[in-house]
Design a binder for this molecule. Sequence first.
Ligand SMILES: NC(=O)N[C@@H](CC(=O)O)C(=O)O
Ligand SMILES: [Zn+2]
Ligand SMILES: [Zn+2]
Length: 428
Amino acid sequence: MNLLIKNGNILAENGELKKQDIRVEGTKILEIGENLAENGEHVLDAEGQLIVPGLIDLHVHLREPGGEHKETIETGTMAAAAGGFTTIAAMPNTRPVPDTVENLTNLNNRIEETSHVRVLPYASITIREAGKELTDFVSLKETGAFAFTDDGVGVQQAGMMYEAMKKAAAIDAAVVAHCEDNSLIYGGAVHDGEFAAKHDIPGIPSICESVHIARDVLIAEAAGCHYHVCHISTEGSVRTVRDAKKAGIRVTAEVTPHHLLLCDEDIPGIDTNFKMNPPLRGKKDQQALIEGLLEGTIDFIATDHAPHTAEEKAAGMKSAPFGIVGLETAFPLLYTHLVQKGLITLKQLVDWMTIKPAQAFGLPYGKLEEGAVADIALIDLQAEKAIDPEKFYSKGKNTPFAGWKCNGWPTATISEGKLVWQEGKVQA
Ligand SMILES: NC(=O)N[C@@H](CC(=O)O)C(=O)O
Ligand SMILES: [Zn+2]
Ligand SMILES: [Zn+2]
């Protein structure tokens, strides 16, 4: 069934909103214009709604296979659709890890069978993400690996990273890095700052991240590889990426909504929904991240959606797993707390969640234009709702933002021309 989206507001290049209709035929956008005539399509009334390209999140933990008690491809992609996302990239810290053609093929089949939106699978850099032996990048790329990462742990050996980046460069693949030097973390649970000191919890120092980035940008330069920094969190890391970009090194970086909106001073007390890796840093780090985005040092926003069960999160600050969910709250949170407060523009936010990640990785998504893939999200900028984890499609309810009042809620999501989610309606 073809679609006609009527009377929505599209962001023009200059940031102004323009009332337009969009005609979708099959999987593509056929026509964008004013007052398009109905031609037997299913009509979606978008009066008063913002229409954006389907959001893109290149850092998501879907947990399947092996962690289905936390999330599945089905529940995670439903959460994505409800958050306005039509393309997500799935992290490989699953059991088994997609580190062989067989494991990646199995993952591809599960995605094909159960996903509601497009899922791009990462393959791991090393076997079992154990940091000892590289995977076969060539065959994994041929099997559909989107890029290579050991997210969840840092690649500890510089020599291993160099070999990985040379292999990635040879096949024009990106190495995507969780930057954490294990010799500098001392078993910490929160940022090595005031909160850690006050509650006598071991701290995670900022240098455990920035030291890896400094190492890796030099290795990326030597290897000639596209190197991407996951969930950047410190002022020193931002400075290091800025300097590397100035030197012409092919580096990109992402930042999460929680690192943009919170710092360790905001942790209300012992609450494991504020425990994630990297941890919420200091106020100056938080400011450096916003500046990093504005100046282009940081390329885009990614949620690092990391679902865990309530039981797992109840294990106390020192033992509970790191991570919080993000897919269903990212856009409303950032719209309400950055755009509406005048720190960034709506156009910047939408770009950082659509065309910017697409450009960083050469993906053909993230734009609304005739001939483009029909990945589209409708958003009600005026709607006001408080975040309620019990209403999440995700199995993970672990968010530090419960109860936060937000505007800017997605109302419908179209993936490759198909309406995959609509507010208040259960989708097939
Ligand atoms: N970010 C987190 O706190 N946790 C992630 C791992 C990761 O992204 O490094 C997870 O898999 O739970
Ligand atoms: Zn990580
Ligand atoms: Zn992650």
